[in-house]
Design a protein around this ligand. Structure first.
Ligand SMILES: Nc1nc2c(ncn2[C@@H]2O[C@H](COP(=O)(O)OP(=O)(O)OP(=O)(O)O)[C@@H](O)[C@H]2O)c(=O)[nH]1
Ligand SMILES: [Mg+2]
Length: 332
């Protein structure tokens, strides 16, 4: 199950109480000798590329770090509570829900943040008049969310062949159906360019559930996942010349861009290319030829079914994938 947002309640460990105890000296004088309490454990989030997705927190939404042990007599200090280290996938963002504040985004494997410090242990009455209780561990209401980190996002109208294209490039097995909206959650695959000679790069591809002209009204699931475009290096708009969801290729691209614009205008600045699919169908060829579609971006005519047009398309992307500079995907 794909979950990109989850609520969690976390609680730091309580500090152990300081001990109040005395021993009686031979001269009958009472001498305080209670030890300090141990500190409570902290709650730490750590990015780990082997961590399961946020869905793993569905049945574990209350996380509590260990409390410190109480102090003992004879100046014995209580043991500190163990820190609770919570592994999360890289790219996870941690928000404080009560203050509506972003605490930290854990981008890379190994990044970590102490979200709650444990309660301090109380002091024992050794050398003092009185012992004190341990500090209570604080609790915090969190929201965790994650953005899919992919190089290329496949965005398109329903039934345009996004899943088929992804399956062909990344050897994944996502559902391809002849009815629209079959893909209901994002699908990710790795396109290993090493399979094709002369390249060592790998590209992460992600299919987003289909958009159409009513997505911004909350119809379908397309708009729910557009937030993942935040980290996109490039969008591939997948179009189908014989689509029932648009009148022409130009119209199809305009609908997709409009939906993205309504969601977040800045996303229109993400570099993009246009891929016209299903070119094995004679009616698709006829319509595409008649239209003379010329978007202001690289344009490819392919067939995810037969593989036609893939050399040019993959050679183009490969050139960019092989460049290690920042401008990698500026293919506009
Ligand atoms: N002839 C032909 N059919 C294709 C091609 N690509 C996809 N199809 C068919 O078009 C239908 C939709 O393909 P999908 O890959 O599921 O399309 P999608 O864009 O992922 O659609 P949803 O996610 O369901 O909205 C399936 O029946 C595919 O077999 C193609 O290049 N040529
Ligand atoms: Mg699909």
């Amino acid at each position: 199950m794909f979950i990109d947002r989850i609520h969690l309640l976390i609680q730091a460990g309580h500090g152990g109480n300081g001990c109040e105890s005395y021993f009686r000296r031979t001269d009958k004088k009472r001498v305080p000798h209670g030890g300090d309490g141990g500190n409570g454990g902290c709650v730490i989030f750590r990015a780990d590329s082997n961590a399961p997705g946020l869905g793993s927190f569905r049945f574990r939404q209350h996380l509590i770090a260990e409390s410190g042990a109480h102090g003992g007599s004879n100046r014995k200090r209580g043991r500190n509570g163990k820190d609770l280290i919570v592994p999360v996938p890289p790219g996870t963002r941690i928000h404080d829900r009560s203050r509506n504040l972003l605490i930290r985004r854990l981008a890379e494997h190994g990044d970590e943040v102490i979200v709650l410090e444990g309660g301090k242990g109380g002091v024992g009455n050794y050398g003092r008049k009185q012992a004190s209780p341990g500090e209570r561990g604080k609790s915090l209401d969190l929201e965790l969310d994650i953005r899919i980190m992919a190089d290329l996002f496949l965005v398109g109208l329903p039934n345009s062949g996004k899943s088929k294209l992804l399956n062909r490039l990344a050897h994944t097995r996502f559902k391809e159906e002849d009815y629209p909206f079959a893909t209901r959650t994002p699908g990710v695959g790795v396109w290993d360019l090493a399979e094709e000679e002369g390249s060592e790069a790998k590209l992460i591809l992600c299919e987003l559930p289909s958009l159409y002209s009513a997505s911004h009204e909350g119809r379908g699931r397309g708009a729910d996942f557009l937030k993942h475009l935040e980290g996109a290096k490039c969008i591939l708009y997948i179009l189908d010349p014989v689509s029932k969801f648009c009148d022409s290729l130009k119209d199809g691209l305009a609908i997709l861009k409009k939906e993205i614009e309504i969601f977040q205008k800045d996303f229109l600045n993400i570099p993009y290319a246009v891929v016209v699919n299903k070119m094995d169908l004679p009616e698709a060829q006829a319509k595409a030829q008649a239209e003379k579609f010329k978007p202001r971006a690289p344009l490819f005519f392919v067939s995810a079914l037969s593989g036609a047009g893939f050399e040019e398309f993959s050679a183009y992307l490969k050139r960019y994938a092989d460049q290690n500079d920042e401008a990698k995907f500026k293919i506009q």
